[in-house]
Write a protein that binds this ligand. Structure first.
Ligand SMILES: [Zn+2]
Length: 176
């Protein structure tokens, strides 16, 4: 395992278990911030070293790391739910010389104490192992979440900042 110890700001997040069964009896825990967060703040930094033993295949808990494979956070951030108006985004910084990379979670818009930390799953996922319907109610809701390739390119272009679409995902969808 060459994924080095992530810098987890555990003191600022908490996993909240649902009190009641939700729609269809499914319990979904959420990740919430305990404090106010500002756009641009990094709330997780996960150093990777390539070739990292990333997972070659995706499943419903993995995050796509560009063309390198798929990783699992294996910490609180595994509980980040999807939103079509997310409060956070994944960013991947790769040092082209060393190949070292950081997978970061960056705040996209002001988060109040007690507010959910969410990200837009197709921002990193070109295709998804377990597509699902979304009822988030945001004006930018895509209704069916199955990966970036399934989203019309015009919508991706128009909303890439709101959704926190990574440069890699955007380029792949543009066919670049
Ligand atoms: Zn939605």
């Amino acid at each position: 395992m060459t994924i080095r110890t992530p810098i987890v700001y555990s003191d600022i997040v908490e996993i909240v278990e649902p009190e009641n069964n939700g729609e269809g009896g499914i319990k979904v825990a959420t990740l919430r911030s305990k404090i106010a967060l500002e756009p641009g703040q990094l709330i997780l930094k996960t150093p990777l070293t390539y070739p990292a033993p990333l997972y070659p295949t995706r499943d419903f808990t993995t995050v796509q790391i560009e063309d390198k494979g798929h990783m699992k956070f294996e910490n609180e951030f595994e509980y980040m739910n999807h939103s079509c108006a997310p409060t956070a985004a994944l960013t991947i910084d790769v040092d082209p010389e060393s190949g070292a990379a950081n997978v970061n979670i960056k705040v996209l818009k002001p988060i109040a104490p007690g507010q959910d930390i969410t990200f837009f799953y197709p921002s990193t996922e070109l295709e998804m192992d377990e597509p699902f319907d979304c009822w988030c109610g945001a004006p930018t809701c895509i209704k069916h979440v199955s990966g970036a390739r399934a989203i019309p390119l015009a919508d991706l272009e128009a909303n890439h900042e709101v959704w926190g679409i990574t440069d890699y995902t955007l380029k792949q969808c543009r066919g670049e």
